[in-house]
Design a protein around this ligand. Structure first.
Ligand SMILES: Nc1nc2c(c(=O)[nH]1)N[C@H]1C(S)=C(S)[C@@H](COP(=O)(O)O)O[C@H]1N2
Ligand SMILES: [Mo]
Length: 255
């Protein structure tokens, strides 16, 4: 939580969170069609018994993803903040303890490319560092109920995707992380101007806990869709899910 100006910040936080959370689609759905009958119709499932009701909920969640992907405005920017708004210390989060963050060897590091990409030559860290870079001060919002404003520097992912000859009409970009985490995003989000291959946090080389040597930072997605320690990137037309996506979080989870 920021301490500078709690009143103003609370208002901004609600605004940011409201944009990120899947509330709009859910509200529309609830207002217009929420009834047991509508749910049965929408999902094609009889939702009385346990396993079927789970399947029905999954269908609703897929419907939510589908609506949200269609509401996504690729030109709308997430809010940016002044240096004074940066949250220090910044919060660490992962499915493991901070001391277990993977130690990636920078000399051995290669970013592996796969799928619908013209030039699949792996990239060394020096090659990645040579890409034109930008800095953003934006808010990371975790689904667990906290958020923090940070400063990240790196190359816009869309520039990288163009450079390697990725098929920009493909549906998904999938990321693989050094310790086994993964996430996949829709192509419009991958091409969003604020979606970044990040090399620096708060002006310094990414510390281990925040994803050394490279993470993907996307202020238009919830925190869990911002993979750290990225070692592989694939451009795909088939849905692959991800670590939390496979455990029930909404796949789209974005603005
Ligand atoms: N490789 C990897 N990336 C990850 C995670 C993880 O467990 N492993 N956790 C995600 C979650 S849930 C959040 S909220 C953010 C936290 O990023 P931070 O440590 O920079 O705050 O990282 C995301 N990226
Ligand atoms: Mo998170």
């Amino acid at each position: 939580m920021e301490r500078k100006n709690p009143r103003v910040d609370a208002a901004l936080l609600i605004k940011d969170a409201a944009k990120l959370l899947p509330s709009l689609a859910r509200r529309l759905f609830l207002r217009n069609t929420a009834s047991l009958g509508a749910l049965v119709l929408l999902t094609g499932c009889d939702i009385v018994d346990g396993p079927t009701s789970e399947r029905a909920l999954r269908k609703v969640s897929e419907f939510n993803d589908w609506i949200q992907a269609r509401l996504f405005n690729p030109n709308r920017l997430a809010d940016t903040y002044p240096e004074s708004a940066i949250t220090r210390p910044f919060r660490f989060n992962a499915y493991y303890d901070e001391s277990e963050a993977p130690d990636v060897d920078e000399d051995a590091y290669r970013l592996a490319l796969d799928g619908l990409i013209g030039n699949k030559q792996p990239w060394t860290l020096d090659q990645l560092y040579a890409l034109p870079q930008e800095t953003q001060i934006t808010r990371l919002i975790c689904v667990e109920g906290w958020s923090a404003i940070g400063k990240w520097t790196g190359a816009p992912l869309r520039d990288f995707l163009r450079r390697v000859g990725a098929d920009l009409t493909a549906k998904y970009v999938h990321f693989v992380c050094a310790e086994g985490y993964s996430a996949s995003i829709d192509m419009p989000t991958a091409l969003h101007p604020q979606t970044q291959m990040t090399f620096k946090f708060d002006g310094e080389v990414l510390p281990t806990k925040f994803g050394f040597p490279m993470r993907i930072r996307m202020p238009v997605k919830l925190g869990f869709k911002n993979p750290k320690h990225v070692v592989g990137l694939a451009v795909l037309n088939n849905y692959t899910g991800g670590y939390w996506e496979d455990r029930g979080y909404n796949w789209f989870s974005g603005l």
